[in-house]
Design a protein around this ligand. Sequence first.
Ligand code: F3S
Length: 83
Amino acid sequence: AKYTWVEKNTCIACGACGATAPDIYDYDDEGYAEVVYGGDCNRGIIEIPDHMMNDLEDSHEGCPTDSIKVADTPFNAEGSHYK
Ligand code: F3S
């Protein structure tokens, strides 16, 4: 299983992730990326399904500021990644 969230403090709103994986990442009003898949709201607690793994990895590797975080276990379920 894979989970993902975006570190908005380092995101530069380059727009690459949403172009690569529009089902996973979208942008807030300021253009910073966030995880929208499954209503995750950038918490990193919703499991990304297998058929999206390529998009996930491409986005992860393609972010110029390494702001896309990916892990095998859920991130903070308390929603502290909100910004
Ligand atoms: Fe931001 Fe990286 Fe996406 S800079 S817009 S998280 S590709």
